[in-house]
Design a protein around this ligand. Structure first.
Ligand code: HEM
Length: 484
């Protein structure tokens, strides 16, 4: 029997064309509504961001989000719409409002502060006293490795060795046993995963719609597998940390110092689920390793380009005994200025990804009313380069911190501010100061190496969630050795 062609067309219309037309019309109306009446339609920003976030996604996937946002702020001012529901902010008063301790903007509330208390105590300054010997011991080995590489190759990769050092320290504190990366001298799976994870998380977050679609596909592409497996493996390290803790507890062995002791106890008391524990441990391991290594690499690179800064450091460090402790170096004034200036320009957490949700009642930010539920993020990268606050902002000039203005102090927030600021700050400060002092005492005069094609380009900041040097290396040489 031959089908009636008119009926078939009607069926086709009903089954496909009509719903598609309705959906397209609905989508069009929605886009038109968001474009003209969306929650941020009154805030300045590129036209496209009225109805989409593709330009920001593109910049994020290329690791250039902070540069993209920085340019937008130059053009549009202290608050910029970056998507129909998200604004980037570079403004001191708004920073205080967003991050203030009571009533600040958060992603989650009560639960987070309870967890933070559990983590904060093991990372407090007094608790970290016991960690100092571990830092000295790992640092000593890192310096030995650098010396050897310098002798053999004529340069040392300070990024690599400090990366291994900080990962060894954080793994020791988390797992009760170090990864011993310094001894091995090469990447283990953890380091490989860690260095890929930042970019991978950005891909998965920004292209979530694509990954959802790919899930419908019966086959798994190798890149899909890699993107899924990496974070899973990182979570599994956190699981190992939990198991290690219980093993130690059963053996009556070392229970301290470990970062998560209080969290474990909270779990035992029914306060946290296993999955919450794992997520908490993973964020600590990630946040505590990479940040310190990247900060040290940028600090040394910046100093290597300035003979006058090296001369002043040499002068200050001459009075520090060879067997110094943190107490000897925690208040060294010039070292503090060098560190601050380095973290001002080469901060590992530049913002833009540290999103906050505007709570009930909305907020007035940088001259605009921003309604409840809108996402806002302070762009620390631009705040710390604001020419109205920091004179000649792109110049590396530690001396500017000799007499800082109140505005400079307020704008400089390398560890964040408020209820979500860095709980690892004291540990980080100790690692940074002890490492910098030891490094410059052993290598008082350095330059950037040009071996293996190393150039300033390698140090360009790539920005996914954290910042890392584009070349994933920082080769430094010692002129007195090269001249010989
Ligand atoms: C130079 C080194 C470091 C820098 C620049 C840094 C920076 C930051 C910043 C800016 C935040 C705030 C994020 C936000 O506002 O959402 C943060 C949070 C955090 N950091 Fe660090 N950090 C460093 C080292 C460490 C270390 C060594 C640890 C410890 C193990 C650590 C653990 C954490 C944790 C757990 C959070 C989340 C806190 C919370 O959600 O309440 N960080 N860090």
């Amino acid at each position: 029997m031959v089908a009636n062609p008119i009926l078939t067309l009607q069926d086709l219309w009903k089954a496909i064309l009509l719903p598609v037309s309705i959906m397209t019309g609905g989508l069009f109306l929605r886009v038109a509504y968001i474009t003209f009446f969306g929650p941020l339609s009154h805030v300045p920003g590129p036209l496209a961001t009225r109805f989409m976030d593709l330009p920001m996604k593109r910049a994020t996937l290329k690791g250039r989000k902070m540069y993209y946002l920085h340019e937008l702020h130059k053009k549009y001012g202290p608050i910029v719409r970056v998507s129909p529901t998200e604004a980037s902010v570079v403004d001191l008063a708004a920073t205080r409002e967003i991050h203030k301790i009571t009533g600040g903007l958060q992603e989650d509330g009560v639960e987070h502060s309870a967890r933070r208390r559990l983590l904060g105590q093991p990372l407090s300054e007094s608790a970290l006293k016991v960690v100092q010997p571990l830092v000295h011991e790992r640092l000593q080995l890192a310096i030995e490795k650098m010396k050897r590489q310098l002798q053999e190759a004529g340069y040392m990769d300070v990024y690599k060795w400090f990366h291994y050092m900080s990962a060894d320290i954080i793994s020791d504190l988390s797992f009760g046993q170090s990864f011993s990366l310094l001894e091995a001298g090469e990447d283990n799976q953890y380091i490989k995963d860690l260095s890929k994870n930042d970019a991978y998380s950005a891909y998965v977050f920004e292209l979530s719609f694509l990954f959802k679609l790919l899930k419908l596909w019966p086959f798994t592409l190798p890149i899909q597998r890699e993107l899924e497996e990496t974070p899973k493996r990182l979570l599994s390290y956190a699981k190992i940390a939990l198991d290690k803790y219980y093993h130690n507890q059963l053996q009556g062995g070392r229970l301290t110092p470990m970062l998560f002791s209080k969290l474990f106890k909270a779990r035992d008391a029914g306060g946290l689920t296993e999955q919450e524990m794992i997520a908490e441990a993973a964020s600590n391991i990630l946040g505590g390793g990479e940040t310190v290594a990247v900060t040290l690499a940028y600090l040394i690179w910046a100093v290597s380009r300035s003979p006058s800064v090296q001369a002043r450091l040499r002068e200050e460090l001459a009075a520090v005994p060879d067997d110094f402790t943190y107490e000897h170096v925690r208040s060294l004034p010039y070292l503090g200025m060098v560190l601050d200036e380095s973290m001002r320009l080469y901060n590992t957490v530049v913002g833009g990804s540290l999103r906050r949700s505007v709570p009930e009642g909305g907020r007035q930010l940088a001259g605009y009313y921003i309604q409840q539920g809108t996402t806002v993020a302070i762009l620390q990268y631009s705040l710390q380069r604001d020419g109205a606050i920091f004179k000649d902002p792109e110049a590396f000039r530690p001396e500017r911190w000799e007499t800082p203005t109140q505005e400079m102090k307020d704008a400089f927030l390398p560890y964040g501010l408020g209820t979500r600021s860095c709980v690892g700050m004291h540990l980080a400060n100790m690692e940074l100061r002890i490492s910098a002092v030891r490094f410059f005492k052993v290598f008082p005069s350095i330059v950037m190496s040009s071996a293996e094609g190393m150039s300033d380009d390698d140090m360009e900041m790539m920005n996914f969630f954290l910042v890392a040097p584009k070349g994933h290396r920082c080769l430094i040489s010692v002129p007195s050795l090269v001249d010989k």
